[in-house]
Design a protein around this ligand. Structure first.
Ligand SMILES: Cc1cc2nc3c(=O)[nH]c(=O)nc-3n(C[C@H](O)[C@H](O)[C@H](O)COP(=O)(O)OP(=O)(O)OC[C@H]3O[C@@H](n4cnc5c(N)ncnc54)[C@H](O)[C@@H]3O)c2cc1C
Length: 461
């Protein structure tokens, strides 16, 4: 006798939702995804994919600016064709969403284009007019840009990052409010694209949550590029003027510009999802509470991704979604391991991190040896004509096992994998040092840092 297929309903088709759908379908479940805006979610349509596409263009501009030093005569300043740039970005995002839709359909997943919500404390979901009975539900509805009272976006001059791609120009004087990851990435990109950028940061330095050495380096790069960085400056209000904007700071100072981009965090997108009626518990900020296998407070209801506020990354959303399905469908599953997440801030240069942080080491929470090797001595960096960056490794003082690292470099997002593999596989600095790196290469700095750390391991004493 064949058992009936388990029915899974997924609310939201971003990475948290569609990756879960793929796993559940692969495991033989009958899967329905309900999504209101398009598969791929905000990740593909408005956030991660568009911003990284924009940054590819801004990186090309930086390269052009550096080209004179590499012996190339460009014959004047390169200009950005804003219409073409934004069109490319939106086309790319839509194409990616279509690819995901096709992939999900090929796996036999049913997709309903509608708003969905939970119906009471059960595993029933309403999608438009339809009621879907499921054995388990996954909520993966994502998050929305937080709006400051007194600084409401108008989509023309006062913008969230989701409205940037509707512009017809590169902002002449862009004020970026918020110096977290999103603010720093857009400030870096638009400065390279030709905007005069003012970055308004409420904290002492930009990227306050990140590795201090990396954040200081980026702030220095920002200032050298001509960006104005206003530290300890909290924006209170943003007003639209005739042909621009005025940002009023808490201490009464004002900053004027042509456009203002607000990057002041995210709120969970759960309004109207029926969480209250279903009894799904949320935290003080409204994010859905989940355990490390993505279970909510209601049996049979899981949640994944930005709506949980666990760690707002596409890779984490996808993993939370997959874990939920493995758990529900009886597969062997380990809990989410946040300490192993590799992340990148796509400034120029990029900041990539994995494993333990300098903050934890300095606070004495983790015992680690730390070695920081500037990229300025790397032969490949010299050939390419860049000087800003470093490789930092954290290792266990007793065993020499790699505990994590920070890389600041162009394409650090690619380089960090070597450190991730070393950490995941519990390799020692000696094993890393004995690994061949190409000469000349930036990754040569990783093995060089490992060689330097070998001086401290017990075997080499
Ligand atoms: C500017 C920016 C850049 C980023 N860059 C990166 C990056 O480089 N790397 C990285 O890993 N992460 C990045 N992120 C984070 C990443 O985009 C998010 O972590 C990711 O989108 C979370 O996926 P999700 O599935 O939780 O939600 P989302 O991607 O937001 O998808 C949620 C989906 O649910 C749908 N939905 C919502 N409510 C309902 C409802 N009631 N009924 C039906 N459907 C509904 C929405 O329409 C949407 O399609 C970036 C974020 C921002 C803001």
């Amino acid at each position: 006798m064949t058992l009936p297929r388990q029915r899974i309903a997924i609310l939201g088709g971003g990475p948290g939702g569609y990756e879960a759908a793929l796993v559940a379908a692969q495991l033989g479940a009958d899967v329905t995804v309900i999504d209101s805006d398009g598969l791929g979610g905000a990740c593909v349509l408005t956030d991660c994919v568009p911003s990284k596409s924009l940054i590819e263009t801004s990186n090309a501009m930086t390269l052009l600016k550096r080209s004179a030093g590499l012996g190339i005569a460009t014959g004047g300043l390169a200009n950005v064709n804003a219409a073409r740039l934004y069109e490319r970005i939106t086309d790319l995002a839509r194409a990616q969403s279509r690819d995901i839709t096709a992939r999900v359909a090929a796996e036999g997943v049913r997709v309903i284009a509608a708003e969905g919500r939970l119906v009471g404390p059960s595993t029933v979901v309403r999608a438009g007019d339809e009621e879907i009975k499921a054995d388990a539900i996954l909520i993966a509805t994502g998050a929305l840009p937080r709006v400051l009272p007194g600084a409401e976006p108008d989509g023309e001059r006062i913008l969230t990052w989701r409205q940037l791609y509707d512009l017809t120009e590169i902002p002449r004087d862009l004020i970026v409010v918020g110096s977290g990851v999103t603010g720093a990435e857009f400030a870096s990109a638009y400065q390279a694209l030709g905007s005069r950028v003012t970055l308004v940061s409420s904290r002492d330095r930009v990227l306050p949550q990140e590795d201090e050495d990396a954040a200081s380096l980026i702030e220095d790069v920002f200032r050298r590029s001509g960006m104005t960085v206003l530290g300890r400056s909290r924006a209170q209000a943003v007003r639209r003027d005739i042909d621009g904007v005025t940002v009023t700071l808490e201490d009464g100072r004002t900053v004027t510009g042509s456009h203002c981009l607000l990057t002041v965090g995210m709120i969970p997108r759960t309004e109207g999802c029926g969480l209250d009626q279903a009894g799904v518990k949320v935290d003080a900020r409204g994010f859905i509470e989940v355990d490390r296998v993505s279970r909510t407070s209601v049996p049979g209801v899981y949640a994944a991704g930005d709506c949980t506020g666990v760690l707002m990354l596409a890779s984490v959303a996808a993993m939370q979604g997959r874990i939920a399905m493995w758990h529900e469908l009886g597969e062997a599953v380990g809990p989410l391991r946040l300490g192993h997440v590799a992340a990148t801030i796509f400034t120029d240069p990029e900041i990539a991190t994995v494993g333990v942080s300098q903050r934890a080491v300095t606070a004495g929470e983790v015992s680690a040896r730390v070695l920081k090797l500037p990229l300025a001595t790397n032969p490949r960096a010299k050939m390419a004509g860049f000087h800003d960056g470093f490789v930092k490794l954290f290792t266990s003082p007793g065993t020499g096992v790699v505990l994590g690292g920070v890389i600041v470099a162009p394409r650090a997002s690619e380089l960090i994998l070597a450190v991730s593999v070393a950490m995941e596989q519990r390799l020692t600095v000696e094993q890393l040092a004995h690994t061949f790196a190409v000469y000349p290469s930036l990754s040569g700095s990783i093995t060089e840092a490992a060689r330097k750390l070998m001086e401290f391991t017990p075997d080499s004493l």
